[in-house]
Design a protein around this ligand. Sequence first.
Ligand code: 3H9
Length: 698
Amino acid sequence: MSDKIAYARHGDIAVLTVKNPPVNALSQAVRQGLWDGINKAEADTGVRAVLIVGEGRAFFAGADIKEFGKPPLDPHLPDLIRRIEASPLIVVASMHGVSLGGGLEVALGCHYRIAVPSARVGLPEVHLGLIPGAGGTQRLPRLAGVDAALDVMTTGRQIGAAQAHDLGIIDVIKDGDPAENGLAYARELLDAGATRRAVSELPLPAPIDWDATFGATLARSKGQISPAWCVRAIEAAYAGDFDAGMKAERKIFFDLMQTDQRKGMIHAFFSERAVGNLPELKGVAPREVSRIGVIGGGTMGAGIATAALLSGLNVHLLEMSPEAGEAARGRIESNLSGALRRGKISPDQHSKILGDALQVVTDYDALAEADLVIEAVFEDMAVKKVVFAELDRVCKPGAVLASNTSYLDINEIAATTSRPGDVLGLHFFSPAHVMKLLEVVVADATAPDVAATGFALGKALGKTSVRAGVCDGFIGNRILSTYRTCADHMILDGASPYQIDAALEAFGFAMGPFAVADLAGLDIGWAVRKRKRAEGIDPRARDAAYADKLCEDGHFGQKTGKGYYDYAAGPKARVPNPDVMPLIEAERAAQGITPRDFDDEEIVRRYMASMVNEAAKVVGEGIARRPLDVDMTLLFGYGFPRYRGGPLKWADIVGLDGLLSDIKGYAEADPYFWAPAPLLEKLVAEGRTFDDLNKEEG
Ligand code: 3H9
């Protein structure tokens, strides 16, 4: 028998203990071990019941995702579950930790299910671009009803033991050791004369309007197709017997396995875990951080302070005056009330945070004992230098000094202190207590344990942290600035902001670039353009000044009620601002451009080509260590659709040679903007992909 399953006899009960750390994924060896274990128990004289229990953190986290995309290996999971269910012995599942995907499907194939109160179950296959493929779509509706089954499958969310009990998924909840609980339960069942039972033999609940539900689910999923296919798989249960339903489920599962969405989502799953695992930081211990200083209590500083407070850290927030301090406290209080309303913190935690975890101060000396200070003041180098000089003066030795700048040179900031090794960038995204992305910007002199501290803080704050090197805009804003420029060029040449937003939202972006600009505030882009013009723009670069005129008239987007769109009816009810197209037309006329038509396909192709080309430069220059670092930056900070995996995964999927030849074609009209990235040319010449680079670095 496979060494992943231990077989033991306890009187007339056989126990199959799963040992496949860290989360008992159902790999081929585990499936074979369970198959052999059931055979052995049936052949073992005197055995009347079988208990399946997981060792370590979980019952089962599901199928082994690492096997996906390879030829499936015997025994297949649906066959194993059918084998378990068909056993004449009583089979009991004792669940703890998570039972997800194939893990819950195994439990549903067992005859009885017991769980500890902290157990969680779910069918998260949609998050991998799939549907449950081992009977989940056929068994769960029979047990819990169609509506509940659809909710669990189409959202992929985990539910707790109590709710799973209410839905009939778990028979008994009992605190204690899962193996002991399971044995006691199996014994009780045997003593009570309980018999084998099978979910697959339960009658089907009443059907629903499948077409309407399929359509509504598809519309809700923003381009992702797997949630809607859960509906079709359940519908198939009604077309024939159980085996026919299983066959239909398996066909949908394998059809989805072939899709680019599945490839993108599994890339996202593994990259999300790899992004914080930097080879250069292996074995480097972070510095201790329990007390944080935040300088500046505007939207960003208050958001950072809120994020730190919500994760249990003490915060000293520094403002310039008592009045500004009160305003900052008000912003934090309002963020915290939101967290309270959404159930993220208890009333107790809420009052504790406001009681003593947050101190608003006006004197730098109050930061003397801080372990880490994050500066979030006005985006101006001279102002930042004054702040860092003060921090250098008051902070204790070994304190980490961080800047939240989005564009400015951290090397220059670090060089003004006597301790550049302690300085790094921690670039949060607004609102900082909500957005998941954190760029950890490692400057030339940043000490490895300071970089490790940035990642440790990100983890404590529940962020996805990405390592970035120093350049204008780091990873995210540098790439944003390029694809945004590409959008501006298309506008000069004939497209409208509304057509561009619509095309990119149809591609899967949460928001198009002009809606994003309105949300972030048009004054931010305006300030960057002014700074770049002051630094001197290359004469070969095309300039688009029409947006400046909106700002000069005081229209900064959502916060002033008008930008590219008019928000008179509310932030979600945007309509085009009628003042915008005349500004664009005037600029085209001034530059002597005759506008031409763009179709949506060309808009997406150009926009994505510019994004991939800049991303390849960012990786080629070492600003991002790996392509996956770019992918996670765009996914977690810029609304890139998860089901496409990230821009560089998307590029691999559509083909790098085609993209490069498009870029070269566009470069004929504008060689400056479209200069191909050397890394992209190299990969195409060698017939390799961005993902090959991820594997080399991994
Ligand atoms: C499925 O079941 C299909 C069936 O319906 C049909 C089949 C025919 N496989 O996240 P963590 C690794 S689809 C392989 O850091 P946590 C993970 O990569 C599957 N590996 O810990 C990481 O490795 P490393 C449906 C897996 O405590 C390590 O385990 N199931 C799998 O924060 C620790 O993971 C899912 O989609 C797996 N299934 O969270 C569940 N799961 O250390 C996906 C984890 O090398 N998994 N690993 O980086 C999760 O949601 C979380 O990992 C879990 C633990 C909640 C389990």
